[in-house]
Design a protein around this ligand. Structure first.
Ligand code: BES
Ligand code: MN
Ligand code: ZN
Length: 495
């Protein structure tokens, strides 16, 4: 989509439609909407006073202007109650507006929230653009859309010259971030059939080349040499070989990067500890952590952020076969720790263990892993927040701040030492799941991972938030691309 920021008078722009946001309870709009209301002879006030339009969050209302202003139509969009307003509301209502305008070729809008909303101009523009692009996203690889999207241009209009530069910066940033989220969504939405570990590696290499990132892919021979028994064991039941993918951005000799680690299980059947059939198709999303890491690396490269970052992806397909890992087997992770695999469906922690060990060689400032790790995390937090586990309070706070800014929520969960008891093994250093019944499932995943880290670290369990989150208007069915916005915000404000 072509996105521009222009200085001008809202009543004078010649355009298919002009979009205005209105808070719930407002009867006489001010600001840009006030100017339009006046030019239309009080038509907006009338609609609001009569209760034709209630301004609920994301509600839309179309008006014809009959030549009273230069725009052909006005698209009113409800902002909901003023006390609940935030940048994330801007994303939601921008998505609703864009969907309502999908049959027009262009939509002109104000940067929602930059005026009476009280947001910084760049935040408002960024959120308006993100919401627009995320709201229009659809996964169209295998289906011709019934109603194609015609909207190809978004014009952000602003009266005052002072805000213009900030708005432009925010809009540009928003476009890069949203397109990177959509890139991640596309990867996660693709079936396991075509998005295999090898194909994921190929896609990573392809985009890395386009953006000038260094990308290295380790095949099964290299994995053997590195002793990555976690990744190899999980992958060995499948005909599709596993891969370990390394992406490096702006790495110099002495830099201490931030390392992002993604779980890249391209399909998780559970292996020999096979899952029930109901809903198993959703396990194509089990590489959503990897998708988020790839999307983030794309965004930070395009944004040219002044930091060093590394993306590590542990990719494998978890299937049962005559060659598959079996419950009871003992494997060795690349730091020589042995793991008794009591459940082959707890495979994410096995592949991540090797990646977390590998991260150490960068002497990282911090390592953050993202993984659709446990169903238990969804039981705990539902689909509204990722579980946040960390061994470093400062890092955890940075992530919580970035979550607030980006609207991608996290909620802290504990990693008590006492949980270690639950993964003690009689015959190996640790085991990968507990036999003490259903308890602290998400935390046990984190406790297991912690055995392989030796730096400030955070683990985000994104099982609940990675797909089918219906509560946000800028989500479509399927992958959410969760993590890209959060991580970009974190890396952008890093110091
Ligand atoms: N990929 C799953 C977790 C998952 C479940 C993600 C549902 C999204 C939706 C993971 O590999 C898994 O199977 N975890 C097990 C762990 C258990 C065996 C200790 C789980 O959650 O049941
Ligand atoms: Mn599993
Ligand atoms: Zn899994």
């Amino acid at each position: 989509m072509r996105i521009t920021v222009e200085q001008g008078d809202i009543t004078r722009v010649q355009t298919d439609a002009i979009c205005l946001g209105i808070f719930q309870g407002v009867q006489r709009p001010g600001g840009a909407a006030g100017a339009v209301d006046k030019a239309l002879g009080g038509a907006l006030s009338e609609i609001l006073t009569d209760g034709d339009f209630l301004c609920k969050k994301g509600e839309v209302f179309w008006l014809r202007t009959h030549g009273k202003i230069a725009a052909k139509r006005v698209l009113l969009v409800g902002l909901g109650p003023a006390e609940k307003f935030s940048a994330d509301v801007v994303r939601e209502i921008s998505a609703a507006a864009a969907r309502a305008a999908k049959n027009l070729s262009e939509l002109t809008t104000i940067a929602h929230g930059a005026g009476i909303g009280g947001l910084e101009p760049h935040t408002a523009a960024q959120a308006t653009v993100e919401g627009t692009l995320l709201g229009l996203y659809r996964f169209e690889k295998f289906k011709k859309p019934e109603e194609p999207i015609k909207l190809e241009r978004l014009r952000i209009i602003e009266h005052s010259a002072e805000k213009l530069e900030q708005l432009k910066l925010g809009a540009q940033r928003g476009q890069i971030i949203a397109e990177s989220v959509c890139f991640a969504r596309d990867l996660a939405n693709e079936p396991g059939q075509s998005l295999t570990p090898r194909e994921l590696a190929r896609r990573a290499q392809e985009f890395a080349q386009d953006l000038g990132l260094r990308c290295e892919v380790f095949d099964e021979n290299a994995l053997e040499r590195l002793g990555m028994g976690g990744i190899l064991s999980v992958g060995k039941g499948s005909n599709e070989p596993p891969r370990f993918i390394v992406l490096e951005y702006n790495l110099t000799k002495n830099s201490r990067p931030i390392v992002l680690v993604g779980k890249g299980i391209t399909f998780d059947s559970g292996g020999i500890s096979i899952k029930p059939r109901e809903g198993m198709e959703a396990m194509k999303y089990d590489m959503s952590g990897a998708a988020a890491v790839i999307g983030t690396m794309r965004a930070i490269a395009l944004l040219k952020l002044p930091i060093s970052a590394v993306g590590l992806i542990a990719a494998a397909e978890n299937l049962p076969s005559g060659k598959a890992l079996k419950p009871g087997d003992v494997i060795k992770i690349s730091n020589n720790k042995t793991v008794e695999v009591t459940n082959t469906d707890a495979e994410g922690r096995l592949v991540l263990a090797d990646a977390l060990v590998y991260a150490q060689r960068y002497n990282p400032q911090a390592v953050i892993d993202l993984a659709t790790l446990t169903g238990a995390c969804t039981i705990a937090l539902g689909k509204e927040a990722a579980g946040l586990f960390s061994n470093d309070e400062t890092l955890a706070q940075k992530i919580q701040r970035a979550a607030q800014q980006s609207g991608e929520r996290v909620w802290p969960l504990p990693i008590y030492d006492e949980y270690k008891e639950l993964i003690k093994s009689e015959i190996a250093d640790i085991k990968n799941s507990t036999n003490k019944g259903p308890q602290a499932g998400a935390a046990i995943g984190a406790i297991f991972l912690q055995e392989f880290v030796s730096y400030p670290w955070a683990h985000l369990d994104i099982a609940g938030v990675a797909y089918d989150v219906e509560s946000r208007l800028y989500h479509a069915k399927g992958a959410t691309g969760y993590g890209v916005r959060l991580l970009v915000e974190l890396l952008q404000s890093w110091q």
